[in-house]
Design a protein around this ligand. Sequence first.
Ligand code: SF4
Length: 529
Amino acid sequence: MKAGYRIVLTAEGATASGSQGSTVAGFISALPDNYMRPSISRFYFNVRNKDGVALRAPYGLSKVEASLVANGIPRDEIVIADPNHIDRFIGNRTKILGIYVMDPLGLSYGSGITYWILKLAGLSYRGLPFIARSFLNILMNDSVRRHRSHIKIVVGGAATWQLVDTGYNRKLGIDVVYEGEFESLGPKLFYDLLSGKSVPRVVSGRPAKIEEVKTILTPSNGGLVEVTRGCGRGCAFCTPTLSGMIRSLPFEGHIEKEIKVNIEKGGVKDIGLHSEEYFRYGANGIEPNPEKVLNLTKKAYKLVKSYGDDYHISTDFTTAAVVVQNPKLVEKVAEYINEGSRWTFIEVGIESGSPSIIGKLMRGKALPFTPEQYPDVVEEGIGILNDNRWVVVGTIILNLPGETEEDVMKTLELLDRIKRLKVITFPLPFIPMGALRHRDFTILDKMLNDPLRRELIAKALYKAMVESKSSLNLAVEKMENPLVKGAILKIGYRVMDLVINRYKRELERIEARKAVMEKHKIYSYSRQR
Ligand code: SF4
């Protein structure tokens, strides 16, 4: 009989894999069963491993491992396993199976937008998103079932709310759901489970102190290195905001160590400096500290360049407000991140073009500007980022609580203003998270059946697809296998052409219907219904 590891950590197959080295292309994980056949998913979402041990892991899972080891659990009692090979590590000694999840039931933004992309293009949607299917596959694994009597299943990660709020944690037999930052209560929870103590079904960890955050031992997918935690702008729908005001990790002894682990052990050439708002690194509150941002950028750049000219740094998120507040800082940082003629992606949560919605639900997102100035700030901020060679991925949220038709029309106006810019506008369904948890879950079909919201989804997706097509090369740039890269590019262009043409026809239908309404003096969509 196999002894196994006492603690086996793993993640949904889609999350565990680095999506062939390109996290941007990971959206494919939200495709449902009728596209994501097992043979395709096995190939596309394979996990780099040595004898079943993951060579790189989702960042959050590497952090869990680091925290447990730093708290005294011997490294040889923990393994981060490729989810396709967990049977090699689960045995008679195994006490805990920890599963890291990003979308265990397929209810997150990525799955929602994928549903809209397919439905609006008239393409079929059957079954579960692969990311959710790959979570269920772990629970159904033979070795997990065989050893179930002595294993506690702990699930953690950004999307655990899906399990708790739907009651699926109980239905699926999950022993503990861990919410919040792992470093605060996670190690104690694991010790309690190892010693057989009873623990609550849901454990909520508080924001960790910076000194509790340990550096990763297993390299991270996408070469991710966290530089800040939390945000502090206080948007009501947001999970990072629950972590409180932005806290910055030090370069010396922390960020530098993780960069080295990713490059030296993980073989990564592009380090992703992860932050909810990069241009606020080192800030003490909402007001940015440009000197600290620039210092971090220069130090990280110098370190990666010591490995070779083809090593780079990137970052992932910003607000439009901080960009408009500090255009000079953005320009200086771009000299390092987007050196030469290099372009990278950066995500900006646009969310809404309605000052009223901004004022009610995310006033902090506009600071130091007012909600009334927000649409101008978004347009100007994206323009500044484009001028500095960032392609912006701009998210827009539909069905926010209290949203009226007037709010949707304001967002349509903003979409019109930014259509000349390089921005991939992703319309997302409102998901009840953060302070708005447990309310107003979005019915995806209802949004498509509402004429005004359908128009917004169609216009945003059309723009998103046109821009994605022109940036497809950039999206697959980090893919390590040239054959896969070539195939994805070829398939990607074909699929995008098809979808773009269908959206174009949909937009023509929308315009024709509006012309009829105008002719018959039917001014409001609601009156038409
Ligand atoms: S600005 Fe972004 S990260 Fe910060 S609270 Fe708002 S949505 Fe969350």
